[in-house]
Design a binder for this molecule. Structure first.
Ligand code: EAX
Length: 324
């Protein structure tokens, strides 16, 4: 009896433990089931639970049940949540180095995306995140972002003038839309109600978002701007990570890489059908906007204060060179 009591007392002290034997990893995503982030999270859960012989359980907190992306990141820093699959944008305030990979019109295609993010330049970004308390594991994919709005068709950058566009909590994303002449408003996810009520005219996100969140019901025009390639950064709490045996770190790192690779392929495979569906649902799609006019307006961003920290500036130049 005494021993049982002691075991219960120990279990209560484990930061992540719910039961002796299995550790529960709390993993946060802001989006709902069916979303890109959730596909990564669910795949990761399956892999880790199967490969650890039940030593780890992964509990996914989704649909804003533990807060928005910024709030999830804060909980990961404190190790009250152990892991997250989080859109690149909101990392902006935690480490300005992520602005490098969210740079407008950076990547030409997926081959270039994979080469940079899975290579040494991507590794530099993941490593840098340790300074903010995150163990950066790898990148999965939100996708190339496209503009939607309810006011008018947008073909050139001039058509953006004055549109009230919701942006993520990111100084960079705000600066991009300011440079384009819009009136950007940072707002955490989700934003359906704000779009529906006309608090904002538009927003920008990858195609899967317009489908999964049914934006075709409330947004009339879409322009395939592909202005930013938006990765997710898959992270763990550094504080938690440092308590794990090396073999378990490897297991988790490998499982997350595999989940990310699986999800990127899944996302890319579905895009053509998504575009067809959005048109079928009545969205008016500008498939060939005048991207030169957009590029011209954001060309001077790299010289802005956003990129002035020496480490950030140096990496931006390297990534610009690698994607030329
Ligand atoms: O993943 O906040 C955003 O615009 C994100 O891209 C959104 O959560 C979908």
């Amino acid at each position: 009896m005494k021993r049982l009591f002691a075991l219960v007392a120990v279990a209560a002290l484990l930061p992540w433990g719910t039961a002796l034997g299995a550790q529960t990893i709390k993993l946060g995503v802001v989006t709902k089931p069916g979303s890109a982030q959730n596909i990564v999270a669910e795949k990761f859960k399956d892999l880790v639970e199967a490969r650890s012989d039940g030593r780890y359980k992964v509990k996914i907190f989704h649909s804003k049940s533990i807060g928005n992306e910024t709030e999830i990141l804060q909980q990961i820093q404190m190790n009250t949540v152990q892991m997250g699959v989080i859109t690149g944008g909101p990392f902006d305030t935690f480490d300005p180095i992520v602005r490098v990979i969210n740079y407008p019109f950076l990547f030409k295609d997926y081959a270039q995306v994979d080469e940079v993010l899975d290579g040494p330049l991507g590794a530099e970004i993941l490593k840098s995140l340790e300074g903010a308390g995150f163990k950066g594991l790898c990148f999965s994919e939100n996708g190339f972002r496209n503009l939607t709005n309810n006011k008018r068709p947008v073909k050139t950058a001039a058509d953006v003038a004055g549109l009230k566009i919701r942006v993520m909590a990111s100084a960079l994303h705000k600066a991009i839309w300011q440079a384009l002449g819009a009136n950007p408003t940072p707002m955490p996810w989700p934003i359906y109600t704000e779009l529906e009520q006309g608090v904002i005219d538009g927003q920008e996100n990858p195609l899967w978002v317009m489908e999964v969140y049914k934006f075709y019901e409330i947004q009339k025009y879409m322009t395939l701007t592909r202005h930013v390639y938006s990765p997710h950064i898959d992270v763990a709490s550094l504080q938690w990570w440092n308590t794990l045996p090396r073999a378990d770190q490897d297991l988790i790192q490998t499982a997350m890489r595999e989940a990310a690779r699986y999800q990127r392929r899944d996302n890319r495979d579905k895009n053509a059908a998504r575009l067809a569906l959005l048109k079928e649902k009545g969205m008016i799609v500008e498939e060939h906007p005048d991207l030169a006019s957009f590029r011209a307006k954001v060309a001077s961003l790299k010289d802005m204060e956003l990129y002035q920290e020496p480490k950030v500036h140096a990496l931006l130049l390297k990534v610009l060179e690698a994607t030329r």
